[in-house]
Write a protein that binds this ligand. Structure first.
Ligand SMILES: C[S@@+](CC[C@H](N)C(=O)[O-])C[C@H]1O[C@@H](n2cnc3c(N)ncnc32)[C@H](O)[C@@H]1O
Length: 223
């Protein structure tokens, strides 16, 4: 267990290792990390946030605690180039899918997973607008890394509620840098059950619903 005094050393090691991974990726023709501004791909910066990666060791810590099972499946809403999905694929999720508004960015994500030889039946990227995407019934986890404005978030959360009404089930929302978390809380269906740090000092919040009759979802680890 690292102490506070170990932190600078840890950060240095992490930074160096991330740098090495980035270099290896470039040599393999992978692009998970180069940031894309919404304007570069014709998106409205008032609604869409830049494409930046969140798939790192901090996110891995969250999934370690969640004890993922093969019957679980996850969708990354605003998946960018697939950085967070790459981390999810290390866990025993039955499916790891993503939706991305920009066709150009989605094409990079698809190319990344093809190059990594991830089987298509385990991982699919949809080009879609989260505000209109309703095909959520098959998922037990939703992931977001502050992808868009709160007005889009409210519309997305309404799609989640409609999915739960059609198909009641335990569902967790993992939300990195949860600037629009009020939209999640306002449904009255989710409560915040855990919180983790991310690489930038923001929170990674875990929200869970507890449908009547199901055992409470217990997330071990930090609160
Ligand atoms: C911060 S990046 C997150 C990337 C990825 N989730 C990760 O954590 O590695 C947010 C992404 O959401 C996408 N996005 C923005 N608005 C969207 C919308 N309405 N529907 C789907 N994707 C959207 C952006 O194009 C961008 O690629």
């Amino acid at each position: 267990m690292p102490t506070l005094r170990d932190m600078p050393k840890l950060f240095t090691r992490r930074a160096l290792r991330d740098h090495a991974v980035g270099l290896q990726d470039r040599l393999r023709g992978l692009d998970f990390v180069r940031m894309v501004w919404p304007e570069e791909v014709g998106l409205d910066p008032n609604d869409a946030n830049p494409s930046t990666p969140s798939g790192d060791r901090w996110l891995r810590d969250v999934f370690r605690d969640l004890r993922i099972r093969p019957q679980d499946s996850i969708i990354d809403i605003g998946c960018g180039k697939g950085s967070a999905m790459r981390v999810m694929l290390r866990f025993p999720f039955g499916r790891v899918d993503g939706i991305e508004l920009s066709e150009q960015i989605a094409a990079i994500a698809r190319s990344n997973f093809r190059r990594l030889r991830v089987p298509a039946e385990r991982c699919r990227i949809h080009t879609a607008n989260a505000a209109e995407f309703g095909d959520l019934d098959g998922y037990t986890y939703v992931y977001l890394s502050n992808p868009f404005s709160c007005s889009v978030m409210r519309r997305f959360v309404a799609n989640v509620s409609a999915s739960l009404a059609r198909s009641p089930r335990p569902l967790s929302i993992i939300y990195d840098n949860p600037v629009c978390q009020d939209a999640v809380i306002a449904t009255g269906q989710f409560s915040r059950v855990a919180q983790y740090p991310d690489a930038w000092g923001n929170a990674i919040a875990v929200f869970a619903n507890r449908p009547a009759g199901s055992p409470a979802i217990r997330v071990p680890g930090r609160r």
